[in-house]
Design a protein around this ligand. Structure first.
Ligand SMILES: O=C(O)[C@H](O)[C@H](O)COP(=O)(O)O
Ligand SMILES: [Mg+2]
Length: 304
């Protein structure tokens, strides 16, 4: 089973940089862990910009809006522009407004963070739930205290560290009692690489709802082509001259492959060596593999 071309020499990295005009980067596990930049990542982005490469950031992390991500990049001293940033909260809000075309009189019940609320507001879509303190209760949920809001036309579920039985029960009411209510998920990553280890991801937040409803949501984020459509609506690129750099096989690499891009897997996030070699290797095979994005700094030395 081919396991992708392991890059190791400065020449390898130089050839790779020369070969692609558009570089799409996953964020968690590629550029950073939480607020800790991965060594060399910022330098590599600088090298690519000096080589006139197009840069796109594509994250399934729905906790932040594009504007908040721009502030995060600024705070970390990493050059980035709002138009380069695509998060699953943004893609979900665009999907609801432009594809579903949810009436402006309708609302979205949100399981998730302020990133989703801000992107929905940008699209002129009202929402309830989300960061509402009333939903963050530890009190048991009772239907006697619940009134279904007839204006809720969609439930959008993203990463929510305040997940609880109340949030799940309210979402369950909207989805089980209104057959026309859309069930959407920003992404279904099972876990994510945090600073210091791995934590349950957005997929672990929506899993109880999927089980209770015996129904899967429409997933907006990687590997869904919906996320790529959102990028294509804003950025022209030639998939044959583009590469997707990610740390997760079943989101980032599948996303790149679905879009006809080349793919580079880095081992600084979720995927480790044992996932791509040996008897239990995944059937998802990236084009290229390297330990860390920072390895591409070596290209500079070979081009001197
Ligand atoms: O759990 C999540 O929401 C995602 O796993 C996490 O945020 C991944 O973000 P990405 O690696 O796509 O930047
Ligand atoms: Mg990642």
């Amino acid at each position: 089973m081919s396991k992708g071309i392991y890059l190791s020499s400065p020449e390898h990295y130089e050839i790779l940089i020369e070969k692609y005009d558009t570089w799409m980067f996953d964020c968690d596990g590629v550029l950073w862990h939480d607020d800790q930049l991965i060594e060399g990542a910022a330098e590599v982005l600088k090298i690519l910009r000096t080589r006139n490469k197009a840069i796109v950031f594509v994250t399934n992390n729905a906790t932040k809006s594009r504007k908040t991500y721009k502030r995060k990049f600024d705070g970390l001293g990493v050059e980035a522009y709002l138009g380069e940033i695509f998060g699953s909260a943004y893609a979900s809000a665009v999907y609801i407004s432009s594809v579903i075309k949810l009436s402006k009189s309708k609302k979205v019940y949100v399981i998730g963070m302020i990133g989703i609320e801000e992107e929905l507001a940008e699209e002129g879509i009202s929402c309830i739930g989300g960061t509402d303190p009333a939903d963050r209760t530890v009190e048991p949920f009772s239907l006697s205290n619940f009134t279904l809001d007839p204006e809720v036309g969609a439930v959008l579920c993203g990463f929510d560290p305040f997940i609880n039985y109340t949030k799940l029960s309210k979402a369950f009411q909207y989805l089980s009692r209104n057959p026309g209510c859309h069930f959407l998920a920003t992404n279904t990553d099972s876990s994510f690489p945090a600073d210091g280890g791995v934590l349950p991801g957005a997929g672990a937040i929506s899993a109880p709802l999927r089980f209770a409803l015996d129904k899967d949501p429409l997933v907006i984020g990687k590997p869904s082509i919906t996320m790529l459509d959102c990028i294509k609506a804003k950025i022209d690129f030639d998939p044959k001259r583009s590469i997707m750099v990610g740390d997760r096989l079943n989101t980032d690499i599948l996303f790149g492959q679905a879009g006809g891009l080349s793919t580079l897997l880095v081992l600084t996030g979720i995927t480790s060596e044992k996932d791509i070699t040996g008897p239990n290797a995944s059937s998802i095979v990236p084009d290229f593999v390297t330990q860390s994005l920072g390895d591409l700094r070596a290209a500079e030395r070979s081009s001197r």
